[in-house]
Design a protein around this ligand. Structure first.
Ligand code: PLP
Length: 341
């Protein structure tokens, strides 16, 4: 559904605006004080999210960052390390929160696509004595910085088993986990079983205006509820936003449409700007284009797109990320190519 003002916004799937059905549900949601567990809409969202990920319980939080950071706080103690892919959102794009709030450092694995392999876990755990303890391993699927890549199930299964054999806790940053299920046909509980806690966002491709959730065992979620209070993340009549989140979750199967549109974009770039992208490398809704292959300067592209009422982010380290979501469509993709031709 393109924006009524004609803007085509390809910067992120976070730019989606609530649908009319979401706005209606927000206006009529039964409400209560969630700190007393009294908000029926939040309670339903937590039950539905726990079920969708195959977990016992869940807790609604304001942002994905808070969901990740509360999970880190729960799983670690100050001075410990987290084993993570070096290009993880929770390490590098959350303003140093893990270091500042939980007092932890990162032991990083540098592999493409956000992957970590079983031998990386063995390698990291080979230390003892006065080396910092590693207590947690984290995944991010889909993997944002590599362009929405899906970490294959077999890789996560094998590596999570190895991490568990070393008694590591496991957290999944599943900000876009429903893009993973849409791309693989492997369901939420199967992915959820590869971790202790899993966080996902309603405010990205699911299209809700606000909110994320952490799912896990009941006693873990109880403790995270305590930590959420500490961090000022406890909300009151949060059913107002949970109502929209419930609709986004119920409609999650539609994310395949964003993937089809991303393929159209990728094929369009491959055809018009040879070498700028390998279309078969695009797994989900994030499209990474090698900007240098376009033959334009960024100022030229920015001016053309501005004139066409199209918004994009500038390239980052040569990669130009273009994102599809429920508020852009085929005609917006055609407008983008027309502006670039
Ligand atoms: C992979 C990933 N994790 C976590 C987050 C954080 O979500 P939020 O912006 O809701 O804090 C994002 C946001 O872009 C993300 O892409």
């Amino acid at each position: 559904m393109p924006f009524p003002d004609g803007l085509a916004d390809f910067r992120s799937d976070t730019v989606t605006r609530p649908t009319p059905a979401m706005l209606e549900a927000m206006a009529s949601a039964p409400l209560g004080d969630d700190v007393y567990h009294d908000d029926p809409t939040v309670n339903l969202l937590e039950e539905e999210s726990a079920e969708a990920t195959g977990k016992e319980s869940a807790i609604f939080v304001p942002t994905g960052t808070m969901g990740n950071q509360l999970s880190i706080m729960y799983h670690t103690s100050p001075g410990e390390e987290i084993l993570a892919n070096g290009a993880s959102h929770l390490r590098s794009i959350e303003a140093g929160a893990a270091q500042a709030l939980s007092g932890v450092a990162f032991r990083t694995v540098e592999r493409p696509g956000g992957q970590i392999h079983p031998e990386d876990v063995d390698d990291a755990m080979e230390t003892s004595g006065f080396f910092p303890r590693i207590s947690l391993m984290t995944w991010e699927n889909t993997h944002n910085l590599s362009g929405g890549k899906v970490i294959p199930f077999e890789v996560m299964e094998a590596t999570s088993a190895r991490a568990r054999s070393h008694r590591l806790a496991i957290h999944i940053d599943g900000a876009r986990i429903w893009n993973v299920t849409a791309a693989t046909d492997i369901d939420g509980p199967a992915w959820g079983a590869l971790s202790d806690t899993i966080q996902f966002c309603f405010s990205k491709g699911l299209g809700a205006p606000v909110g994320s959730i952490v799912c896990g065992p009941a006693d873990t979620i109880d403790e995270i509820r305590y930590l959420r209070e500490r961090m000022g993340g406890a909300m009151r009549q949060a059913g107002v936003i949970a109502a929209a989140a419930r609709i986004g979750l119920a409609e999650r199967a539609r994310l395949v449409e964003d993937h089809v549109l991303a393929q159209k974009l990728a094929l369009g770039f491959a055809e018009r700007f040879p070498g700028s992208i390998a279309a078969d490398e695009v797994d989900t809704n994030l499209v990474l284009v090698d900007f240098a292959k376009l033959g334009y300067t960024w100022d030229e592209v920015a001016a053309r797109l501005l004139a066409a009422n199209i918004r994009v982010n500038p390239p980052l380290k040569g990669n130009w990320r273009i994102v599809t979501h429920r508020d852009v469509d085929d005609s917006d993709v055609e407008r983008l190519f027309a502006a670039l031709s």
